[in-house]
Design a protein around this ligand. Structure first.
Ligand code: ATP
Length: 233
């Protein structure tokens, strides 16, 4: 479904991605793990058209993405849930979700909204609340819900568990599995390697701009190097 080849990204003189190759097969959850600054967010931002790679290709269902603006990438069926709490704090929950649906047929809005509310009942209870007053976990759910309102075929998730209490983290990962079972393919960037590898069909380890290991989630959970470097053993 998505194929990234030999991707190089620079921020000025910083060579942030040094030839990344990865694939996401339709129906899978694929995760990208690695330390701070390894280039995980940069990889997602390149796919979303938010940074321009200097070299390499990103092909989604036959379309080259590297020259497309973000709104076109979203139109092709890619939903982006950004890192942290980047919801519109001075808008309500419902208004945030409406923004996520801007490229969808208006007659389907209600059904999409009901779907998102079925995944996140808490958002329905708080539909009129200002997003900036939600808890961290609720804001994360809203970021995810807003991305889902575009009914994406592929969802890009940037550290959905960042800063959340363990129970909420569990809830977020359960929701990711549910979304996937309901048909969305997921590319998940995570520092919480343990949780990410548990839900992922396939995983890549990124170190200073390069993929250094890859395999099924199960294989990497058992890999000595991964256990030492990322699972705190
Ligand atoms: P984290 O988990 O800490 O978010 P990451 O793996 O997502 O890390 P990136 O955010 O992709 O890493 O950053 C990769 C490298 O590029 C880092 O060295 C970072 O300092 C650098 N970088 C990222 N964004 C910029 C920017 N806008 N300008 C300059 N350098 C940047």
């Amino acid at each position: 479904m998505l194929e990234v080849k030999n991707l190089h990204v620079y921020y000025g003189g910083i060579h942030a991605l040094k030839g990344i190759d990865l694939r996401v097969a339709e129906g899978q959850i694929v995760t990208l793990i690695g330390a701070n600054g390894a280039g995980k967010s940069t990889t997602l931002r390149s796919i979303a058209g938010l940074v321009r790679p200097r070299q390499g290709s990103i092909v989604f269902q036959g379309t080259e993405l590297t020259t497309l603006p973000t709104y076109k990438v979203i139109q092709l069926g890619i939903g982006v849930a950004p890192e942290g709490r980047k919801v519109f704090g001075n808008l309500t929950v419902l208004e945030n979700l409406e923004l996520g649906a801007y490229n969808r047929p208006p007659q389907e809005f209600q059904a999409d909204l009901e779907w998102v509310f079925s995944l996140f009942p808490r958002l329905e209870e708080r539909r009129k609340q200002l997003a900036g007053t939600l808890s961290g976990g609720e804001q994360q759910m809203l970021a995810l819900g807003r991305a889902l309102m575009s009914r994406p075929k592929l969802v890009l998730l940037d550290e959905p568990s960042l800063g959340l209490a363990p129970l909420v983290v569990e809830e977020v990962f359960e929701t990711i599995t549910t979304i996937n079972q309901q048909g969305a393919t997921v590319l998940l960037v995570e520092q919480n390697a343990m949780a990410a590898l548990h839900v992922a069909h396939y995983a890549y380890v990124l170190e200073t701009g390069r993929i250094t290991l890859e395999g099924t989630g199960r294989d990497l959970l058992q890999d000595e190097r991964v256990r030492k470097a990322y699972l705190g053993e």
